[in-house]
Ligand binder design. Structure first.
Ligand code: ARG
Length: 443
């Protein structure tokens, strides 16, 4: 171990140091330094347990605790020098611990391997990320709720095939995003629940002969319980793919809203105007106000989907247990998390500050024969016709409106009766978009 030519953490049986490219491909410190807090927390819990179980002396345990506390401060204050030669966050921290407390540092890794260590750190990180994601989603939901309350009577066209279908309210439209986000939120909570079992104590893959107490470390780190299969503990990353899926799905939902923001803010729709804060200009066309943030939320889906596929591809056909392939699990998760947090924040900002043009929405709702279904329903209700026949008759009425270039409520009774003479004046009650909406009473 004194041979400085080889790696100081695992170089005992090596005569030569790794080639530069080997060091480069092997190192993950640039990415996994983000796990420093979790790594220190995991090590502190492990060291405390080693003392309780009489595996290491209490005096060494205390040195380890103090040294780790000092390292935490150093890293937080940017006073820590990360080394690529030391590969990853685990060995960077342990090596620094040795500088600070000397040989006692070497006892920290008793009954532990980097394999259970990294799985533990990563789970702790994803767990925290789940909590942050949950509250970020909630804050977007709150903004949606505010808009839903304000727009209970703001009438707009509901679309199918992006063609005007039936009148709805802006509240109904936005509330559907609230529900989509609510499922994203509960998916995040379920992901957190499933992952919250501790891998610590699995050691390299088969556990350890030392009399460790896995329950103590699991409790100390806020896990519900230890994982029961040590091989599963070090080799499974489905918690990470699940988290990536949850994020990708949330990103898909946001991309749909983003697309609508983009469409609605065009002069052709004119339903909304984004605030200046959430728009950009064009360097050549002075008249332009572009919805760049919405376009980027729409586009970020590419990364989010890509990251999910990236990690699933790494894991495919990977034999048990730990393989270095697993080191490629973090970049995707970190990037997806940062991206979704940004997208949620941008979505919230855009919708919170947009101006809604109620007149334009109403006008659009009144066009496109959006109450045609009401005519068909009226024929069913009042004349007892089968819906299929009513549908047919209504088609003929729409055709007349098309020929006369007028709205359905602008037709005359004799227009209607030219299609079916049983139609009465009473039909006009259902033709306005307001009345069509009032008829919808089921929850
Ligand atoms: N940096 C490694 C990772 O992220 C830590 C585990 C290394 N384990 C090993 N047996 N080489 O996966």
């Amino acid at each position: 171990m004194s041979d400085k030519k080889s790696n100081q953490m695992w170089g005992g049986r090596f005569d030569a140091k790794p080639s530069d490219i080997m060091t480069q491909i092997n190192a993950s410190i640039d990415i996994d330094k983000r796990l420093y807090k979790q790594d220190i927390a995991g090590s502190k819990a492990h060291a405390a347990m080693l003392v309780t179980q009489d595996i290491i002396p209490a005096t060494d345990g205390e040195k380890i605790q103090n040294g780790l506390d000092q390292i935490l401060v150093e890293i937080k204050n940017n006073g820590f020098e990360f080394s690529t030669a030391l590969e990853d966050i685990h060995m960077n921290i342990e090596s620094r611990l040795k500088d600070i407390i000397g040989d006692a540092a070497g006892k920290l890794h008793t009954a532990r391997s980097r394999n259970d260590q990294v799985a533990t750190d990563f789970k702790l990180w994803v767990r925290e990320a789940c909590d942050a994601l949950t509250s970020k989603i909630e804050s977007v939901q709150e903004t949606i709720e505010k808009l839903v309350t304000a727009h209970k009577t703001t009438i707009m066209p509901g679309f199918t095939h992006l063609q005007v279908a039936q009148p709805v309210t802006l509240a109904m439209h936005l509330d559907s995003y609230w529900h989509m986000l609510n499922r994203d939120k509960t998916r995040t909570e379920h992901c957190r629940w499933r992952l919250n079992k501790s891998p610590l104590g699995a050691a390299a893959l088969s556990g350890t002969g030392f009399p460790i107490d896995k329950k103590q470390t699991a409790d100390a780190l806020g896990f519900d319980r230890p994982m029961t299969n040590t091989m599963d503990a070090v080799s499974s990353r489905d918690f990470a793919t699940e988290f990536l899926f949850v994020i990708a799905q949330c990103g898909l939902n946001l991309s749909r809203l983003a697309e609508e923001i983009i469409l609605w803010s065009t002069p052709q729709f004119g339903f909304i105007t984004l605030s200046d804060e959430w728009s950009t200009g064009s360097s050549i066309m002075p008249q332009k106000k572009n919805p760049d943030a919405a376009e980027l939320v729409r586009a970020k889906t590419g990364r989010l989907n890509g990251n999910l596929i990236q990690l699933m591809t790494v894991l495919k056909a990977l034999p048990l247990t730990y393989n270095k392939d697993l080191q490629e699990d973090k970049a995707a998760v970190f990037e997806s998390f940062d991206t979704i947090m940004l997208c949620l924040e941008a979505t919230k900002g855009m919708i919170d500050t947009m101006t809604v043009h109620k007149d334009k929405m109403l006008e659009a709702a009144q066009s496109g024969y959006s109450t045609a279904t009401e005519i068909a329903d009226w024929l069913v209700r009042e004349l007892g016709l089968p819906f299929r026949e009513a549908h047919h008759i209504t088609g003929a009425i729409v055709k007349i409106a098309e020929e006369k270039s007028c709205r359905l409520d602008e037709l005359t009774l004799s227009d209607m009766q030219s299609v079916d003479k049983r139609i009465t004046d009473n039909i006009f009650n259902v033709l306005s978009v307001e009345n069509a909406l009032k008829l919808r009473k089921a929850i």
